[in-house]
Design a protein around this ligand. Structure first.
Ligand code: FMN
Length: 300
């Protein structure tokens, strides 16, 4: 029987399907339920900021094509001090918990990273890439990216993951800057800037006018990002963007990802994780693959 567990950043994931940031709220109850009911291999929390934030008005998320969404939630979150109280309520036995954090300025990241580390998370993910918030400017600049990463690395012992912004000229340049500054892994990609217009109302649909595209439509863009990064960095890459089946996950692994994060596909319910795991196992049997790690980057 092939094994689908994966190890990276000194963490053990029972399978490569990790919840992406922002999709299922920030409460311990929801995240615990997801672990229990879905069999997910890892959890990433909604991005948490230094202060409570209401986010943008509705409509803030719409399905523009089946499986493809446009959102501008505006990083709604309860603030790090409230959020750390939820962390002990997240029951995630054997399933690594990654806290996603964002700041409006680079100096806010280290203190938040220390707070979530103290509260017991297994890793921290730096969101420097939300396409419709100030933080995207950090992830669009290699020097700023390096500076944030170096400051967080100097502040915590847990692994530091960096979520990359696809709305830049060169993701590879930003990925390399993050690696050089000490990042333990990269997550590629966040959503891609987009807009939908209601032709009867003659106005953009989202209250924020523009937002980030996620789901099926962005998968080829994300696969190429992972493929290019794999050629350019040595640290692990987690693929993210449009994964909804086990075959999608395998595509990302062959491009160079150690695991995948799944967001939009959860709109179809928790059941997708078991289906994905079955698809991955079947693929591995068909291709006589014992360990997923053996085919990471195999498409190169
Ligand atoms: C409603 C929604 C909220 C999101 N919130 C966050 C967030 O708080 N932090 C973050 O890093 N990414 C956030 N994302 C981006 C996802 O984590 C992921 O990078 C992106 O949606 C691509 O993956 P997918 O196609 O599987 O959804 C959000 C995406 C959606 C659809």
């Amino acid at each position: 029987m092939p094994s689908i567990d994966v190890d990276f950043c000194k963490l053990h994931f029972p399978n490569p399907v990790i919840l992406a940031s922002g999709i299922l709220g920030v409460t311990g109850a929801v995240l615990s339920r997801l672990v229990k009911e879905s069999g997910v291999g890892g959890l990433t929390t909604k991005s948490i900021g230094p202060e409570p934030r209401a986010g943008y008005a509705n409509p803030s998320i719409i399905e523009i094509e089946p499986g493809t969404c446009l959102n501008a939630v505006g990083l709604a979150n309860p603030g790090v001090d409230e959020f750390v109280k939820e962390i002990p309520e997240i029951h995630h036995d054997g399933v690594p918990l990654i806290a996603s954090i964002f700041g409006d300025a680079e100096d806010q990241y280290p203190a938040m990273a220390r707070k979530v580390e103290r509260a017991g998370v297994d890793a921290v993910e730096l969101n420097i890439s939300c396409p419709h918030a100030k933080v995207s400017s950090i992830g669009a600049d290699p020097d700023l990216t390096a500076s944030v990463v170096a400051k967080v690395k100097a502040s915590v012992k847990i692994p530091v993951l960096v979520k990359l912004n696809p709305n830049v000229t060169s993701m590879v340049e930003i990925g390399r800057a993050a690696e050089k500054a000490g990042a333990d892994a990269l997550v590629a990609i966040n959503t891609i800037r987009g807009m939908a217009i209601d032709i009867d109302v003659m106005k953009p649909v989202l209250a924020n006018k523009s937002g980030g595209v996620s789901g099926k439509a962005i998968k080829p863009i994300a696969v190429k990002a992972v493929y290019d990064l794999y050629d350019s960095v040595h640290i692990p890459i987690i693929g993210c963007g449009g994964v909804s089946t086990g075959h999608d996950a395998i595509e990302f692994v062959l491009a160079g990802a150690r695991a995948v994060q799944v967001g939009t596909a959860f709109l179809n319910g928790f059941g997708i994780v078991e289906e994905m795991k079955q698809d991955i196992l079947e693929y591995m049997k068909r291709h006589a693959v014992d360990k997923l790690a053996d085919i990471v980057g195999k498409a190169h």
